[in-house]
Design a protein around this ligand. Structure first.
Ligand SMILES: [Zn+2]
Length: 106
């Protein structure tokens, strides 16, 4: 998966289209990500005692990773993510790159 926790992304599809936010959780197995403030869902907590008010809990639900685009920290544009291998002596490191400005994304 190209999206990592802590990335800033832009939502490209669905009810929260064009919203941007920070990735707070990734589910690599199902290709889903949770983006702060996106796909808000609410759940009603059950009352434990009579007379107590039920609480509404709001949280961000997972969205498909294919529906979000990484916002490049260098050029601030939503971009597709490329990859390249950096070679430093005997050490090889696969890094993500921005398809727009070709900068390496940490
Ligand atoms: Zn860029």
């Amino acid at each position: 998966m190209k999206i990592k926790k802590g990335d800033n992304v832009k939502v490209m599809a669905g009810k929260d289209r064009n919203k941007t936010g920070k990735v707070i959780q990734v589910f690599p197995g199902s290709d889903k990500v949770v983006v702060e403030g996106v796909n808000i869902m609410s759940k009603h907590m059950k009352t434990r005692r009579t007379g107590e008010k039920g609480q509404k809990l709001e949280f961000s639900g997972p969205v498909n990773a294919s529906n979000v685009m990484l916002i490049c920290p260098k050029c601030s544009k939503p971009t597709r993510v490329g990859s390249k291998v950096l070679v430093d002596g005997a050490k090889k490191e696969k890094v993500r790159t921005c398809k727009k400005c070709n900068e390496v994304i940490a």
